[in-house]
Each structure stands twice: as C-alpha cells, then as structure tokens.
Design a binder for this molecule. Structure first.
Ligand SMILES: O=P(O)(O)OC[C@H]1O[C@H](OP(=O)(O)OP(=O)(O)O)[C@H](O)[C@@H]1O
Ligand SMILES: O=c1cc[nH]c(=O)[nH]1
Length: 470
C-alpha cells in the first residue's frame, strides 16, 4: 500500500499491513467488557490502537523523537498526527493581526480542537481519516487533505497535546520532550526563517510576545501529566527511545492476543510493573531481590485475579452513619498451586483471602515434553468452588492443560477457573484458550515466545529455582 507522505503527517506501513488487521469488533470508545463470571470491567483497553502523545515547547525536538520511535517500530503500522495540521484558517481580521505580528498561534483557541479530536477518535476506532493540510505562509487550510489509514500505533504530536484534556485522556503513553529554552529559541529562529519565510526580528518578537507566555501558561505546566520526560538537549537520547519502543512493542504483542481471546486479561502495565519485571528478568538479580519483587508481582496478579470473581451487592452503614452501597467478596473459592513454582504465589493469595483453602498438583514433564500427573491434593468440595489456579509461568501450555484436565475431571466448572500467571508465552495462551475457552487467564506480561528447548523467551528463567533455591 502506498500512501502519499504529507509534509506534516508521516506514515510507516509494513508490507504485510492490511486495513482489516485493525478492525475492532463490537467496541465503542466507552465500552467496557464484563466477564461472564464477575462484574469487574476487564483490562481490554488495548483493543484500540496504542495512542502516544508527544508534547513539548516549540522546536523542542518533538518531531525527531516521533521519527525515532517510528523508525524503531518499523515492523508495526504507525501513523503520526501533528497538531500543526489542525491550525484554524485565519479570518480576514485575524490575518491583519497576524500581518501586524499581533496574533497568538500558541494558545488552544488557535487550533480546531473539535476536528483534531474527531480525527483521533476515528483512528482510535480503527477508521481512516482525512487530515487537513495547513499552509504556514498564508495561514490557511489548503484544499487538499491527507488520507491516513488506521494503524496499530497512533502518535499525536504537538505543543498542547498534553494540555488538551480530552486528548490527554485518550493517550496510553504521554511523553514530554524537555529542551532548554535557549536551545529551542535558536532552533525556532532557524526553522521559521528557512522554512516559513519569516525574518529574524519578527520571530524574536513573536517568541517574546506570544510563544514564551503560552509556554509558561500551558505547555510547561503540562509536563506534570507526562509518563516520560525525555531530556533532548543534544538531539538524541537513545536510551529513552529504546525504553519507549520496547514498551510499545510489548503492548502490541498483547494487543493481538487479547483481540483473539476474550478470556485473556493482561494487567495494566506502568513503569512500576515494568521496573519489577526488569529486576525479575535480569539474570544477575540476587535471590533476595528475586523473592522480594516476585512476591510483589504475585500480589498484583492475585489482586487482579480476585477482581474477576463473582460478587454480590452489599450495603453497609459508615461510621458517619451514612449508607454505602458496595459489594461482598465471593464465597466458595479456593486456590490450587502447581508444584513447585506455583507455591510461590500461595502467600500472596493467603494475604488477600484469609484462611483460603489451597490445593496442590504436581505434574512431571517427561522426555517427550508431555506431563504426567504425579500428585494431587485438592479440597473435597472443589467442584462447588471457583478455583484460582497458581503458576507463575505459562510456556507451551502443556502443564496448564494437564492441570486443567485434572480440575475438570474433579467436576470444577471451566468458567469458574481463573488461571493466574506472571508471564505467558503466546504459544501457551493459544493452547489454553483453544482447549479451555471458558478459563480466564490473568497475566502481567506476554512474552515473545518459546525457544527450541521449550523455554519462554525473553523469559524469567527457572522461576522455582530462582525463588526457592537456598
Ligand atoms: O507451559 P509449560 O511449557 O508446561 O511450562 C510451564 C511450567 O514450567 C514451570 O515449571 P517447571 O517445569 O520449571 O517446574 P518447577 O515449578 O518445579 O520449577 C512453570 O512453573 C510451569 O509449571
Ligand atoms: O474475592 C475476594 C475474596 C476474598 N478476598 C478478596 O479480597 N476478594
């Protein structure tokens, strides 16, 4: 597919891209899916493209940051929208003000915010859009528009992107490019003189009168909304770009699987959970740290899993004598840990659910990478319970499927099983979801795959050895 590259809209399309890849079935911007078991909204926000906002002062290097991200994501479909495309055409009166260097181009009102929001919303919903083209010399919108196809990643770049609340609320990742004022002014003079036909005196006058005050009022303060602030003095920061693109790639991997399997839940990632994963996956992490962060991560996965249990409404009276309508936790639940690694998750479950019964299953991987059942000790009335199945690693899915068959033979209803795992390989997700479509899988990250030795990659190593070794 060949899409013309407008001056201020860039697209990168992989050869394999087809617009139907992005069709999102049955969702609206506000839709939240509910599980059949519980009443909690699921973590399925990634059914939409991954939306990134890149803000920062004038000439801070936003476009370069976006270009670097796009280069690094070259196997994904990325589109970039520039806020500059959405400048309003000036009226006759405004044109006179602009000619007299008395028009403010740096405030929110200078932009067609409704149109900008509308275009982002369409892309967000998997639709193509026609982006206006703005002529900086005539201060008006050109007749031609640029057609942009839907994408897996949408980057919205502009000075006020993090200031504009409606847009900000849609973003999955908010980036602020931080560059010293004097560097920005120097770049701005160079750009406006060479590319936009302005004179140096005029650029400095506009900067002092409008650009700097708008920066101080709107743009600088929007830094507080950023997930990541990139220092961009030297025009490069490959560490930040690497961090950002790895995060996006991970999200896109999850994106594909959660489109296919409605029962797969990936807990929302943030830079705390990414930090924990970085420590857990680092082969040089000490045993103490592995246990510490392993416990933290287990707790997060367990808490997330509990959110998918059924509940009943319950009203209570608060100490202020006021009624509070809430919910009551499910009864009739139990845990089952897969020996040995799954036992690492037992503490987290006990900390959340006092006195919960936890059964155990041991399977043994034979030389054909099949699993034999070696040991089981399960609550007698397990068939009446919802089961939280604990195993931190889902690899090929052999172990999980063997254990699930044991539970089903015991009379547990498939739809009442929540499989809690810390990392999951796509192969194991496919296997479990196909063989047991009613089982809910809750995981904190989805890995790239399994290698020829059936090891999850990039993986976390032998979880049991790292957690339990002395
Ligand atoms: O999906 P699969 O390919 O079956 O792999 C996943 C299994 O591998 C790990 O256990 P492991 O066999 O390392 O045993 P351990 O828990 O005793 O360390 C993990 O805890 C799972 O049980
Ligand atoms: O659903 C449940 C059950 C017990 N404890 C919780 O925190 N949640």
């Amino acid at each position: 597919m060949n899409i013309p590259m407008p001056a201020n809209v860039s697209t990168v399309l992989p050869n394999s891209y087809s617009s139907t890849d992005n069709v999102i079935e049955g969702t609206s911007p506000n839709s939240t899916r509910r599980t059949t078991q519980g009443g909690s909204p699921s973590f399925r926000q990634l059914r939409h493209p991954f939306l990134i906002g890149v803000a920062g002062g004038t000439a801070s290097g936003k476009t370069t940051v976006c270009d670097r991200i796009m280069q690094r994501l070259n196997d994904q479909c990325v589109v970039m929208l520039c806020q500059d495309s959405f400048y309003r055409s000036l009226t006759e009166t405004e044109l006179k003000l602009a000619a007299a260097k008395n028009y403010n181009f740096d405030i929110p009102e200078a932009f067609d915010q409704d149109l900008m929001m509308n275009c982002i919303d369409k892309l967000r919903n998997g639709l193509s859009v026609d982006i206006p083209t703005y002529d900086f010399t005539t201060h008006s919108r050109a007749a031609a528009t640029q057609h942009v196809e839907p994408a897996d990643v949408v980057i919205v770049e502009g000075i006020l992107v993090l200031h504009m609340e409606k847009i900000r609320n849609l973003l999955h990742m908010k980036i602020y490019v931080d560059t010293d004022d004097d560097v920005r002014l120097a770049r701005r003079i160079q750009r406006d003189v060479t590319e936009r036909g302005r004179d140096v005196g005029g650029v400095i006058e506009q900067y002092t009168k409008f650009v700097k005050p708008a920066f101080d009022q709107f743009i600088g303060p929007s830094r507080r909304y950023a997930d990541i602030i990139i220092p961009w003095q030297r025009g490069d920061n490959s560490v930040a770009i690497d961090l950002i693109t790895e995060h996006i790639k991970l999200k896109l991997q999850q994106h594909d699987l959660i489109r296919i399997y409605p029962k797969l839940q990936v807990i929302p990632s943030n830079f705390q959970t990414r930090g924990m994963h970085t420590i857990l996956r680092d082969r040089d992490t000490s045993k103490n740290d592995f246990v510490f962060y392993g416990n933290r991560m287990c707790r997060l996965v367990v808490e997330a899993g509990l959110g998918f249990l059924p509940f009943k409404e319950k009203s209570v009276i608060t100490p202020a004598g006021e009624p509070y309508t809430g919910v009551e936790f499910a009864r009739g639940i139990c845990g089952v840990s897969v020996i040995r690694s799954g036992e690492a998750m037992e503490n987290a479950l006990r900390e959340c659910c006092q006195g919960i019964k936890i059964g155990k299953i041991l399977v043994h991987r034979n030389e054909k990478n099949e699993n034999d059942l070696i040991y089981q000790k399960l609550p007698n009335d397990i068939s009446q319970r919802s089961v939280l199945l604990l195993d931190p690693v889902l690899g090929t899915g052999n172990t999980a499927c063997k254990v699930l068959r044991v539970l089903l033979e015991k009379g547990v209803q498939e739809s009442k099983i929540l499989f809690l795992t810390m990392i999951a390989a796509p192969e194991g997700v496919h296997r479990v979801c196909r063989e047991h479509p009613q089982v809910t899988i809750i995981t904190s990250e989805i890995d790239r795959g399994i290698n020829e030795d059936f090891v999850v990659v990039p993986g976390i190593g032998e979880f049991g050895d790292r957690f339990f070794s002395s």
